[in-house]
Design a protein around this ligand. Structure first.
Ligand code: AMP
Ligand code: MN
Ligand code: MN
Ligand code: MN
Length: 280
């Protein structure tokens, strides 16, 4: 049986496990092909690859790039990227540089409703200071008793229209895709069901994504209901896009799916790995 997971996070971004621990857990769960896809950073790939080799796991270099498109934030996963490709390295560095400033703004927003000390509190939860993100604020808010878990935080705080939200401009869609493609990788729209796009906007996005050289959409992910899996699989087929799957694992208590052992794609989908060597 295939046991492929092409989306997960380590302490390099907002995951709980180090790259090594993450790959060890994947091995324990029988994963045969794994991509590490930290947000806006590729610093964990070398360690993860090293551990994967020892565990006989086929390792794919990955990244999840934060993008702004028509005023929304989208995530674009890059698979099989070259971590030595300079435009990718520089592009990711620029995105990361914006994160510390946004974190200050998030803390100012939280202070407005009487939540103080969140900047230091969030930094206490980071693995790498340069990758400070909303998940770290969420963990601080859980620790302080504002919500029972990270998922619940994102219902009341840190999102548009709620306290603790700070708007931010990420990379352009075309830039993210060109860094991924230029480095020899494939671009994948992560968890499309999370963006709450109407039919017309979704079609616009997919058309633009294809025209810019995008390859696939994530169909199986912790973010999708079974209905959304079918819905996005149909879109992929109609638009001739490949499909991808990934747990989006952040930590043992924080994702719907643990690493690997994901549900199968609906019939008629072409997986993003269909022409990769070493699979199947
Ligand atoms: P950032 O890139 O700093 O804006 O943080 C985005 C991250 O926040 C995502 O990758 C998730 O890890 C987390 N996140 C966003 N929305 C939710 C949610 N509804 N439930 C759990 N985690 C979420
Ligand atoms: Mn995350
Ligand atoms: Mn994401
Ligand atoms: Mn993710």
């Amino acid at each position: 049986m295939l046991n492929i997971d092409l989306h997960c996070h380590s302490t390099i971004s907002d995951g709980i496990l180090t790259p090594t621990q993450l790959v060890e857990r994947a091995a324990m769960r029988g994963v045969t092909t794994l991509a590490l896809t930290d947000h806006d950073d590729i610093a964990g790939l070398a360690k993860a690859r090293h551990t994967a080799a020892a565990k006989n796991i086929n390792f794919i270099n990955g990244v999840e790039i934060s993008v702004s498109w028509r005023g929304r934030t989208l995530h674009i996963v890059g698979l099989d990227i070259d971590p030595e490709y300079t435009p990718l390295i520089e592009g990711l560095a620029t995105i990361r540089a914006g994160r510390s400033h946004r974190a200050e703004n998030i803390a100012l927003e939280l202070a407005k409703i009487g939540i103080h000390g969140s900047l230091e509190g969030a930094y206490a939860h980071v693995g790498e200071r340069r990758l400070i993100g909303r998940t770290h604020f969420a963990r601080f808010l859980v620790e302080q008793g504002y919500a029972k878990d990270v998922k619940s935080v994102f219902k009341k705080y840190l999102i548009k229209g709620k306290p603790g939200y700070a708007p931010h401009e990420w990379a352009a869609l075309g830039d993210a895709i060109s860094w991924i493609r230029g480095s020899g990788g494939r671009a994948v729209i992560a968890h499309p069901g999370r963006y709450d796009l109407g039919k017309n906007v979704l079609r616009d996005l997919l058309e633009e994504f294809c025209a810019l050289g995008g390859s696939a959409i994530e169909v199986v992910t912790s973010s999708h209901t079974p209905e959304q899996v079918k819905y996005f699989a149909q879109y992929a087929k109609n638009m001739d896009l490949l499909v991808s799957c990934g747990s989006d694992f952040h930590g043992p208590q924080e994702s719907h799916y643990d690493l690997g052992q994901l549900p199968e794609f609906p019939l008629g989908c072409t997986p993003v790995w269909h022409d990769w060597k070493n699979n199947g």
